[in-house]
Design a protein around this ligand. Structure first.
Ligand SMILES: [Zn+2]
Length: 207
């Protein structure tokens, strides 16, 4: 390693796939079901992006040649079996935006580092056959966070909704729904609508 003086940082773009291996608990909730169990997470870093400090402007990218990493761990997930009438592109953005907010709230509720929990969203999970948000533990085997998240499902949904509703941004930002990947879609409005369908109490919106 060598020290460099640059105006950007790099971020690996990981293609992450997640497959449930065993379900330890499952309950019906508004909009679908909450679950926790054992999962296999495979991640492959294929490219890295050069991002400008502060603005996160994309300055370029390069290839990474590393083997796939497999992680057997535990996860909490939310399967939106009851969600209907969503357009696929909007649902994709809504799941990711709501998932980011749930991930932020989860790390605060459990008082853990945000990097202790990974996020995977699937518009149609092959396992659940429904739109699904997974929060998995990044420590092999997990340390019990998933079961605690499963128990606090209602607080996660309500907290994520309040985080998004209370954010002063217009249409989603890194502080609430995460970096905007689809500039034409209102990530904030879509994530708020999704959380509402998942039982979040109504929040007064700012911004
Ligand atoms: Zn925001």
């Amino acid at each position: 390693m060598r020290r460099v003086d640059v105006d950007h940082y790099t971020q690996a773009d990981r293609a992450v796939t997640l497959k449930p291996l065993d379900v330890f608990g499952r309950d019906a909730v508004a909009g679908g079901a909450r679950l926790h169990g054992e999962v296999m997470v495979a991640s492959l870093a294929s490219i890295y992006k050069k991002l400008k400090f502060l603005t996160n402007e994309n300055l370029g990218w390069g290839r990474i040649h590393l083997p796939e990493i497999e992680l057997q761990t535990t996860a909490y997930w939310l399967a939106g079996e009851g969600l209907t009438g969503w357009r696929r592109t909007e649902l994709d953005v809504a799941l990711l935006g709501a998932g980011r907010a749930i991930q932020t709230v989860a790390s605060v509720l459990l008082m853990v580092d945000p990097h202790d929990l990974g996020l995977v969203t699937q518009v149609r999970s092959p396992h659940e056959e429904a739109p699904t948000i997974y929060l998995y533990e990044t420590v092999p085997g997990g340390v019990g966070l998933s079961e605690r998240l499963f128990a606090r499902h209602d607080d996660l949904i309500a907290g994520a909704s309040a985080l998004i509703g209370g954010c002063p941004c217009d249409a989603g930002c890194p502080a609430c729904t995460g970096p905007r990947l689809e500039p034409d879609l209102d990530a904030k409005g879509l994530a708020a609508r999704l959380l509402g369908e998942l039982g979040a109490p109504e929040v007064l919106t700012a911004g």
